[in-house]
Design a protein around this ligand. Structure first.
Ligand SMILES: *Cc1c(COP(=O)(O)O)cnc(C)c1O
Length: 386
């Protein structure tokens, strides 16, 4: 038989690893500590903060999908970003961060910079020419990339940014939460490190919070494992067990997410209550061509603006049956969020304005429900919002 695909290998991670009972699914090792064989003879694992067999399997599977050298599983997506920053950046180092980064990421860098622990510059990561020129001039330590962005789904050219960053001696970190490794593989495009909020599509069931750092080289992976233990940010084995279980269906979920989102976008784009729609799959999206080059598909997030502002948003939301009003995304269920007051409330008002997040903006995370039902629910809401 030929070598199985990366997807097959990843989704088989941990099957048939139980030598005692031959369990098909991997055992869940709920233990804080492991005995030594004898004095001076530790086993493979000695303490769960540093490593745990169940948690390591989830890291391996995500790394396999990303084409990485290893995955460190941590307590949340923000723990993943914190681990990268705390293990690589010093007080004199500059980090370039997209101005419309995930709200928590924006707050992490803003807070660390205010306390003098690093230097940060928030940049327009969609303007490739200006960004690459800034990288060459400023010589940052890290260039942070989050593409598609949240909530406007603008794209950053990962290959172009990576080339410029490497010429300037910088490392590129890509937050790949929105597309999963099935939709985009930043390491193949030149990035050095990938971070995930596994809370979202990787686990896919909205029942835990988790994060993964995937390193492009064994040296970086060793560094993240070391610092994960030093800082104590590693994730719980139970959550990793659940997340690996969720990951096994990622491919089938992802296909349905994409199919449903395309159906929703086609149905709502021309509704009179909608003054703008943001989705990389639309031909008039500013980075539509780039999406075709660097992504497989267009993702399961879509945002749009209601011409009637915040009042229209309230009317739209009041009566939706199938969309929960909640932050987060990437679960089997569909969610709706109002970025100004929810996901991006931790940003300053000026930063929000610069990022283009206004009162009428709504973000949808499209689940794996039946597309016709989602469309009917949304169209009824848009009629109320007129
Ligand atoms: C949710 C999210 C994070 C943070 O992850 P948590 O698991 O909530 O800590 C980071 N980046 C993106 C793009 C996210 O959507």
């Amino acid at each position: 038989m030929t070598e199985p695909s990366r997807l097959t290998r990843a989704l088989h991670t941990g099957f048939h690893v139980d030598p005692v009972h031959g369990a098909v699914a991997p055992p869940l090792y709920l233990t804080s500590t492991f005995t030594f064989e004898s004095l001076g003879e530790p086993r493979e694992h000695d303490y769960t903060r540093s490593s745990n067999p169940t948690r390591d399997l989830f890291g391996e599977a995500v790394s396999e999908l990303e084409g990485g050298a290893g995955g460190t599983v941590v307590a949340s997506g923000m723990a993943a970003s914190s681990l990268v920053v705390l293990s690589l950046v010093g007080p004199d180092d500059l980090v370039l961060v997209p101005q419309e980064a995930y709200g928590g990421t924006w707050r992490l860098f803003d807070t660390l910079a205010r306390e003098g622990r690093l230097r940060v510059e928030f940049v327009d990561a969609t303007d490739t020419e200006r960004l690459t020129a800034r990288i060459a001039a400023a010589k940052p330590r890290l260039v942070w990339v989050e593409t598609p962005s949240n909530p406007l789904l603008r794209l950053t050219d990962i290959a172009a940014v990576s080339t410029a960053a490497h010429e300037a001696g910088a490392l590129v970190v890509a937050d790949n939460t929105f597309l999963t490794p099935l939709g985009q593989r930043p390491l193949e495009l030149g990035a050095d490190i990938v971070v995930h909020s596994a809370t979202k599509f990787l686990n896919g069931h909205s029942d835990l919070v988790s994060g993964v750092v995937v390193a492009g080289t064994p040296e970086l992976h060793a560094r993240f494992r070391h610092w994960g233990n030093v800082l104590g940010v590693t994730g719980s084995p139970f959550d990793a067990y659940q997340a690996l279980r969720g990951l096994r269906t990622l491919d089938v979920r992802w296909r349905r997410h994409l199919e449903n989102t395309a159906a929703v976008v086609a149905a709502i784009a021309d509704h009179p209550a909608v003054s703008a729609i943001h989705y990389p799959g639309l031909p008039d999206h500013p980075e539509h061509d780039l999406a075709g080059r660097q992504q497989d598909g267009y993702g399961a997030l879509v945002s749009f603006e209601l011409a009637g502002g915040r009042d229209a948003v309230a009317r739209f939301l009041d009566g939706l049956q199938l969309f929960g009003l909640a932050v987060s995304l990437g679960g089997v269920e569909s969610l709706v969020a109002h970025p100004e007051t929810m996901t991006h409330a931790s940003m300053s008002a000026e930063a929000r304005e610069r990022a283009g997040i206004g009162s009428g903006l709504v973000r949808l995370s499209i689940g794996i429900d039946t597309a016709e039902d989602l469309v009917a629910d949304l169209l009824a809401g848009l009629d109320r919002a007129r």
